[in-house]
Design a protein. Structure first.
Length: 227
C-alpha cells in the first residue's frame, strides 16, 4: 500500500536482485505495510550474530508485526528473553499467531508504549549492563536519544544494532542527483533522512564503541560497546 511504493528504492539499485534475494528466502508480505519489516537477508544475519554472541537477554525497540522479533526469539536459547517495546500493540498482535506457532512466545516480553520512558525505567530499576544486544528500529528521530540509555543497558562487549542506516540508499546521493529528486521520495526525505544522516555522523565518532555500517537490508550499523 502507501509505504510499499518505496520497495523499488533499495541500496542494491537492482529491483531484480532484490526480488531474487527475497524470493529465494521466505518473503514476509502478509501485511499491507510489510516494507516496515526488516529484510530476510538481514534477519538471517542478525540471527547468526545473536547465536555467535551467545546472546541471552536482548532489547527490541520498534516491533511492528514482530518479524525481526520472531527471528530474534528463534535465535535465543530456551531461557533467553527479548524485551520488545512499541506503542502499536495492534500490529504486534497481528503477527502474534506466527510467534505462537513458532513456539517462542515465552521468550518475549512485549511492552506497549514509547521506548524512551521505558529505557529510563529499566535504568531506574538498576538494569545497567543487563543486555547482550539491542535492535533499534523505531522512530528514526530518536535513534540519537536512544543511544545514551542503551550504552548503559547493553553490557561492555555487547552490541547495539541501528536499522535502516542507509535509508533506502539515498544517504550518499548528491542533492542534485536525479534519484534524489524523484518525487516518490518525498516522505522518505521528510521523515528519517536527516535523523539517519546525523546518526551516521555521530556513531563513528563515539569513542566508546566500535561501529560498522553493513550494507545489508536497508543498512544496519553494529556498535560494539568497548567500555
Ligand atoms: N523491527 C520491525 C521488523 O523489522 O519487523 C519493524 C519495526 S517498524 C519499522 C517501526 C516500529 O516502531 C513501528 O511499529 C512503530 O509503532 C514503532 N515506534 C514508533 N515510535 C516508537 C517509539 N517512540 N517507541 C517505540 N516504538 C516506536
Ligand atoms: Ca527497519
Amino acid at each position: 500500500m502507501e509505504l510499499n511504493k518505496f520497495k523499488e528504492f533499495t541500496i542494491l539499485n537492482s529491483p531484480a536482485l532484490v526480488e531474487y534475494i527475497l524470493e529465494t528466502s521466505s518473503y514476509p508480505n502478509e501485511h499491507e505495510q510489510s516494507i516496515m519489516n526488516a529484510s530476510v537477508d538481514e534477519t538471517q544475519f542478525l540471527s547468526i550474530l545473536l547465536k555467535l554472541m551467545n546472546a541471552k537477554n536482548t532489547l527490541e525497540i520498534g516491533v511492528f508485526t514482530g518479524y525481526s522479533l520472531l527471528a530474534t526469539a528463534l535465535a535465543l536459547p530456551e531461557d533467553g528473553k527479548v524485551i520488545a517495546v512499541d506503542p502499536n500493540k495492534e500490529a504486534y498482535e497481528f503477527g502474534l499467531p506466527h510467534i505462537k506457532k513458532a513456539g517462542v512466545e515465552h521468550k518475549i516480553d512485549f511492552v506497549e508504549g514509547p521506548a524512551m520512558p521505558f529505557l529510563n525505567d529499566l535504568l531506574a530499576k538498576g538494569k545497567e549492563g543487563c543486555f547482550d544486544f539491542a535492535f533499534v528500529d523505531a522512530d528514526k528521530d530518536n535513534y540519537i536519544n536512544y543511544h545514551e540509555p542503551l550504552m548503559k543497558l547493553v553490557k561492555v562487549g555487547g552490541v547495539i544494532a541501528y536499522d535502516n542506516t542507509l535509508w533506502f540508499g539515498i544517504v550518499a546521493l548528491a542533492e542534485d542527483d536525479e534519484k534524489f529528486n524523484d518525487p516518490t521520495l518525498g516522505s522518505i526525505k521528510q521523515y528519517g533522512y536527516d535523523a539517519i544522516k546525523k546518526v551516521n555522523t555521530f556513531l563513528p565518532n563515539d569513542p566508546r564503541i566500535e561501529s560498522t555500517l553493513l550494507s545489508i537490508g536497508d543498512g544496519v550499523t553494529l556498535c560494539r560497546r568497548k567500555y
